[in-house]
Design a protein around this ligand. Sequence first.
Ligand code: 5AD
Ligand code: SF4
Ligand code: FES
Length: 369
Amino acid sequence: MNKDIKIVNNIEEILLKEELSKQDIISLLNANEHEKTSIFAKALQIKREQIGNKVWFRGLIEFSNLCSKNCFYCGIRSGNTNVHRYEVTDNEIIDAVNYAYNNQFGSIVLQAGERTNKSYIQRITDIIRKIKKLSNGELGITLSLGEQTEETYRKWFDAGAHRYLIRIEVSNRELYKKLHPSDNNHIYDKRIEALQLLQKIGYQVGTGVMIGLPFQTIENLAEDLLFFKDFGIDMIGMGPYIEHEDTPLYQYKDTLLSKKERFDLSLKMIAILRIMMKNINIAATTAMQSIDPLGREKALKVGANIIMPNLTPVKYRSDYLLYEDKPCINEEAEECKNCLEARVKMAGDEIAYGEWGDSRYFFNRQKSH
Ligand code: 5AD
Ligand code: SF4
Ligand code: FES
């Protein structure tokens, strides 16, 4: 029998299974150009059945690039002295929030580097309350503010935040250690504990990984997908790792997959995740678009259903460069909105304005507890 045909059958057979094993996922991640079309078609079919053609917007406000951490991959790590540090004022945050509210974005994301001092925590609490008030409780609030104490997570939850994003970055403990300084500030177990605490408190919890990192294997990526499933994660944001000159990992740039390969692997990761976790929220991340101008549309076509338009005031955007070639550095909120509307349409989807777009998976998870 022709060997190629046997492999095609294999992928088709895997796609018929209820549960994917690690070996199945590895086979899917290794699928060739021809085989991957079946994976993408299946993922799109599941998205259409479970979610329809809706895409939800989350207005992203990157309100500060101050960070106490020093992750080896990140352009705004504390050790990078070439970064001009900024902090968006409360009024500017509220302006961006008003833009989101007036334009019927169902929710906003407050994202910043990690800080844990008392006055900062209080400031965030106050901003969350303000946002709830000005939008009559209508705007959903997602936080992406790094590791905090249980008390802080609770405080922000009680103030009105209902989702929290904290990427595991890589689920393999050894690889995590290689990508972070070995100090008390970058502990794998604390990262895991953060996800557990957030779930316990009642947040919808989002996590994610970078794809195509130095030292990362296909097996690691398969483990990442299984990690999301085992953990019962509600939302995922993942995308290609993109090198940044002012980071320690830059020295490995010649060992990386090509950007195109990292992009293709990211699309496969999204598609396989949609097949494994049918009704979670999956973001078409900005990093996808930094490699391929049509990256976010392509992500929507293989299972993603969330887009995070950037609402950070333009004057700060070039200082929030976690990686190279980040798109939308000079575009005002309105331009990105119009641009994304066209992009979503191109992908055959529709923006669901004025809806929170909570992960259905989350409600099922709540019920089963
Ligand atoms: N390439 C891609 N993504 C990155 N992030 C940080 N640095 C990079 C990079 N060089 C991601 C991390 C972090 C999120 C906010 O941005 O996953 O959690
Ligand atoms: Fe800080 Fe996040 Fe960058 Fe790590 S990835 S240095 S926590 S902003
Ligand atoms: Fe920002 Fe297209 S999404 S300009």
